[in-house]
Design a protein. Sequence first.
Length: 104
Amino acid sequence: MAAIDPAEVSAKNPALGLLTVAVPMWIDQIRAEHLTDDQRIARAKRCGDHIAHHGDAILYRDKKTPQAFNALAEGLALAAFQPGGVSFAGMHWEATTDPEGGSR
């Protein structure tokens, strides 16, 4: 599989470039909420359901774009707490539940 260039992805769809800011912000928010693994997984499923139904709004920009983008960013942040983190569109995030562990 060919490597994905995040700059190229951002150039084609600027909204995805905003994930570099939005996902770490969500990671910090989720960490502050002290959620259990089960709570994070349940929330990630809700985000996934929202993206499944409204994800095209990110690509084609309509009135549902902000909510769909937010669900994507939150879902990626939730997935970042899983072992090994999460990669999407050439970007990678990995988080810990430990506030001293920081987010990447």
